[in-house]
Design a protein around this ligand. Structure first.
Ligand code: ATP
Ligand code: MG
Ligand code: MG
Ligand code: MG
Length: 467
């Protein structure tokens, strides 16, 4: 699928560009969240392109989808976004025509299985789909700004989008097409028509150089083409799930919903973790490193939930073995996964064993709390205790709730929330005080400055000035 996409656009004059790192050059986001990100300076007019058309398969991570993982059929944190891009070259009509040709002829989707959306005010796109492509008007939907208007920030280039959805149940007819119904529809290809510049007052003026930016989800395509119920059961992810299930002596097809969610989280997060470490991120308590740490801890936690440690022996570290499958799955396209194999497994071993110890300490503490409660006949774990378990022992609330529930007890959630909010206030206040330590200011500086290239071997003076 990946190669078919890239070849299709290469044959139409697009330069194939390798996936950029998950660590973006762009300082405004922590991780690469879309295929267009490496091209952002071109779209913003800060860099002139070496070519007018490009195509790529970009590794992406979206932490905003973390709670969706395993719960919707279509969201992972880590996914690959296939894209075709025009830098002031072809525009709306050509982009739509090629997208349609690729989807219907290249991938063989029957037109009656497709629905397209356009921005509500974009009559031009509506007209192209209806008259030039011949899409049944009942299957063209106008959507609002939230879904179908792309902006890169409060000002700057922006424009309407048009998305292509696959219909799993065309027998339900054209009458009631609700694109929010994800049991019936899945968005898989989004075309962004970058045609305006937005100024500080919100006025839109047409851009001189109009651009095209698109994104097609590889795993969503796999779900559709492999005829499986969700992205996780496609061959891009399922081998990881299968291995984890085997380690827990679980039959996936017979597993209950919660177990399946856990396995899907493990499948998704393990790919994300392997690629993050390969791209140079290391577990820590700040920024990207914290995202990575959180992903690893969630893997460990879900491995515990579904009983993998019980089956493998309490002292066995299980994440390196699961990571091996993620490495094997990705290495043909991303050979660095294998190059960094030892680092990936080493970091996982360290994080996993540390977190398991933390969890052990938390459990001990919880048992003391429970014993006290039993003695006093109390039925609800206080918000303060639940918060201490979380804050000091790294013991997630769900785990406290789960263990409490096993003993017929509850957690005072309202009081827990109050503690959490107080904590958020405290850390906000901490951030607002000025850090005058050398380390603090170096950290701040390091956050602001991107990696630099040492020119001293060939150049004795430099025009670069640090502001
Ligand atoms: P959705 O509405 O389903 O959350 P989106 O509109 O946020 O998707 P875009 O930002 O338009 O997605 O990204 C372009 C394409 O990338 C999508 O059409 C989809 O195929 C894919 N994609 C986006 N987010 C994810 C994700 N979390 N997991 C897998 N694929 C994704
Ligand atoms: Mg989304
Ligand atoms: Mg969408
Ligand atoms: Mg979209």
């Amino acid at each position: 699928m990946r190669q078919k996409f890239l070849d299709f656009y290469a044959q139409r004059g697009h330069q194939i560009v390798e996936s950029a790192s998950l660590v973006p050059e762009d300082p405004t986001v922590l991780l690469t969240i879309a295929g267009m990100l490496p091209f952002k300076p071109i779209f913003l007019g800060q860099r002139s392109p070496e070519f007018k058309r490009a195509t790529s398969s970009q590794k992406c991570i979206r932490t905003n989808d973390i709670e969706n993982v395993g719960r919707t059929a279509r969201h992972q944190t880590f996914f690959e976004m296939l894209g075709n891009f025009s830098f002031g070259d072809y525009f709306k009509e050509q982009a739509i025509a090629w997208a349609w040709e690729l989807v219907t002829q290249g991938f063989g989707f029957p037109p009656e299985r497709l629905v397209v959306s356009v921005f509500q005010e974009d009559d031009e796109a509506y007209g192209i789909w209806k008259d030039k492509i011949g899409v049944n008007p009942k299957r063209i939907k106008r959507l609002g700004e939230d879904d179908n208007f792309w902006v890169s920030g409060p000002t700057g280039p922006c424009g309407p989008c048009s998305e292509i959805y696959y219909d799993f149940h065309p027998e339900k007819g054209d009458k009631e097409i609700d694109l929010e119904d994800d049991t019936r529809f899945i968005e898989f290809y989004n075309l962004v028509f970058m045609q305006y510049n937005r100024d500080l007052d919100g006025n839109l003026t047409p851009l001189q150089n109009k651009n095209i930016d698109t994104g097609m989800g590889l795993e969503r395509m796999a779900q559709i083409l492999q005829n499986v119920p969700n992205n996780y059961e496609s061959d891009a992810i399922f081998p990881i799930i299968k291995t984890a299930a085997e380690m827990g002596e679980i039959d996936y097809s017979q597993a209950d919903e919660n177990t399946k969610v856990s396995l899907k989280v493990i499948g998704d997060h393990m790919r994300a973790v392997a690629h993050c470490i390969t791209d140079g991120i290391r577990p820590s308590n700040v920024g990207r490193g914290y995202i990575l740490r959180r992903l690893i801890r969630r893997v460990v936690r879900h491995c515990r939930l579904i009983g993998i440690y019980e089956k493998q022996g309490d002292k066995t570290l299980v994440t390196p073995q699961i990571a091996e499958v993620a490495i094997a799955l990705g290495e043909s396209v991303y050979p660095n996964l294998r190059v960094r194999e030892a680092v990936i497994k080493g970091e996982l071993e360290r994080e996993e064993s540390q977190f398991l110890k933390t969890l052990d300490r938390g459990e001990q503490r919880l048992e003391e709390i429970l014993a006290k409660m039993q003695a006093s006949g109390q039925k609800t774990i206080s918000g303060q205790d639940a918060f201490t378990l979380y804050d000091t022992y790294g013991f997630p609330l769900e785990l406290t709730q789960e263990i409490a529930a096993e003993k017929g007890l509850l957690v005072d959630l309202a009081a827990y929330e109050v503690e959490m909010e107080a904590q958020a206030e405290r850390s906000k206040a901490a951030r607002e005080t000025i850090d005058l330590t050398v380390q603090g200011s170096l950290d701040q500086l390091a956050e602001q400055i991107q990696s630099t290239e040492f020119l001293g071997y060939s150049q004795l003076t430099t025009a670069a000035v640090v502001e």
